[in-house]
Write a protein that binds this ligand. Structure first.
Ligand SMILES: [Zn+2]
Length: 216
């Protein structure tokens, strides 16, 4: 065998062993399902996914965004964030993560307890965070990060995100979510008062829906 053939053979063997190893890993622990540009944690219940797709399908501008739904221990039910390193790689390479809380001892609202309509409202709200990030340059996204450091800044961002959700046609679902958290959930009082401090109240959601309703 000449050297060229040896090199070809060795390269072939190396590539096929990498592919086999990769397949073995994929079949052993399949952590994510791919749906277009979405990567969904396999622990994300199929009922949640059906509800998630209701607002997601409406937001065509987000279908080109790489979004990963992942579970993590959080101090809230869900959170949407840009992938930090991807921010440095240009807007076209940006990636986002939507996190779902998996901390069992969390005293707030667990996704599994949330009624379907309210869940749609929460998902629409998280997707509006991504629409907001997408409308911003890196510096604007960083600014959002800084705003999160103060209660007042947090309130501004969350109220803005709630109004985007209403403008996108998910006001009724958002209302269901906000009133579930405050009036029907098992969340502790401390969490409920944090929610009413930072997010739009059910009454404000209804009045904003009313004032933005197109007149005949
Ligand atoms: Zn939010």
């Amino acid at each position: 065998m000449v050297l060229k053939e040896w090199v070809g053979l060795v390269t072939g063997l190396v590539i096929s062993s990498i592919v086999t190893a990769q397949n073995a890993v994929d079949t052993k622990i399949k952590r994510y399902n791919k749906i277009g540009n979405l990567k969904v944690d396999t622990t994300f219940n199929s009922a949640y996914l059906t509800d998630f797709m209701i607002p997601y399908q409406e937001f065509a501008d987000l279908h080109n965004c790489k979004i990963k739904i992942k579970s993590k221990k959080l101090k809230t039910t869900m959170a949407a964030r840009p992938h930090f390193l991807s921010l440095l790689m240009g807007k076209r390479n940006r990636r986002y993560v939507i996190l779902v809380n998996k901390k069992e001892s969390f005293k707030g609202v667990h996704l599994k307890d949330v009624p379907s309509d309210a869940r749609v409202g929460l998902f629409a709200h998280e997707l509006m965070h991504i629409r907001d990030y997408e409308s911003r340059k890196v510096t604007g996204v960083m600014e959002r990060g800084f705003q999160y450091l103060s209660q007042n800044g947090k309130k501004k961002v969350e109220h803005y995100t709630d109004s985007l959700t209403i403008a996108a046609g998910f006001g009724q679902h958002l209302y269901e979510w906000a009133s579930y958290v405050l009036h029907h959930s098992d969340a502790c009082e401390e969490y409920k008062s944090f929610k009413s401090e930072v997010y739009m109240s059910p009454v404000t959601i209804l009045s904003q829906m009313e004032s933005t309703r197109p007149r005949p």
